[in-house]
Structure formats: C-alpha cells, structure tokens
Design a protein around this ligand. Structure first.
Ligand code: NI
Length: 172
C-alpha cells in the first residue's frame, strides 16, 4: 500500500499523451492500480488517472455507484485500462467538476451526456458499457487526463472557475 504524490496543474506529467498498457495482467500494473486506489482514497477523490501520479500509462480508476465493478468490501470501484470513449448522444450537459491536480478549485464544464466506454480490466477482460450523466462526466474527465487535457481546458466560460472556499464562503 502506498499513497503516491499527485502532480498539480503545471507539471509536465499532466500535459503529455499517455502510452497504452501493453499487458494489463502485468503485476506492476496491478500494483500501480492498488497504489492509485490508496492515493485516491487518501486525497480523497472520486477518480484518478495514472498521469496524475507521474505514470504516463493509459489507466484510470473511479468510484461512482453506477460504475462497473466493486472492491473486496463491496464499494464501487472501476479500473479502466486503455479506455476508449464513443459519444452516443452529443447533447452537452453542464456540471461542476473538480480535480485532485487542481486542489480546492472547481468549475462548470459542458460534456456529452451519454457515452459508450470500452476498456480492459486488470484481468485483461474486455469491458463494454454505456454511461450517462454524472457517470459519463467522471469517465470523460479521467480519460481526458490520458491525453493531457485538464477540465479548465474544456471550459468555454471561465467565470465559474475558482476556489471552492471562495465560492461557498458565508459573506456578511
Ligand atoms: Ni482530474
């Protein structure tokens, strides 16, 4: 078990295009996934991509109830290796996003609301499912990290971008 250091916006690790994982069943990939899970839970966050922990590989993890898998304790936890996204409904839906690489910040991002996800799991089995709404948003956000894209780069209106503490502060 290891909590890894998370790269913050500006670090070159977040800017590149990550390489496909050649063997999803490699024990090193399983160890990386375990460390990413520890790191995500410690942060805490609901998703994490390998480039955020300075590993340029196409792997993401996330936990939303609609996800595809569970951990040993029955908590939602999905690991996607070499994920590919196809947009099923191009209608955009706006929602607030945050990111462990931009701690304390949030902003509204419009994204397609209905996608199809194809990936491999840690056993090398194929995953193929549809995701909608918040689930689709989380998958798209995490997979963007694999191509060096951070959510502010998806915002067409930066007026909603800022520090959560400032946005939610009680003002007299
Ligand atoms: Ni992120």
């Amino acid at each position: 078990m290891a909590v890894l250091k998370i790269a913050r916006m500006g670090h070159p690790a977040l800017m590149g295009v990550a390489e496909p994982v050649s063997d999803p069943t490699d024990p090193e990939i399983r160890r990386l996934a375990a460390d990413m899970i520890d790191t995500m839970r410690d942060a805490p966050g609901i998703g994490l991509a390998a480039p955020q922990v300075h590993v340029p590989k196409r792997m993401v993890i996330y936990m939303v109830p609609e996800g595809r898998a569970e951990d040993d304790e029955g908590q939602p936890l999905t690991v996607l290796i070499n994920p590919e996204i196809a947009v099923l409904d191009g209608a955009l839906e706006a929602g607030v996003e945050g990111c462990l690489s931009l701690p304390g910040m949030a902003g509204r991002v419009a994204r397609p609301r209905h996608i199809r996800v194809r990936a491999l799991d840690l056993d090398g089995n194929g995953l193929d499912y549809e995701a909608e709404g918040y689930h689709a948003r989380v998958v798209q956000h995490e997979c963007d990290h694999l191509d060096g894209v951070l959510y502010p780069m998806r915002m067409d209106d930066l007026s909603s971008f800022g520090y959560v503490e400032e946005m939610t502060k009680d003002r007299e």
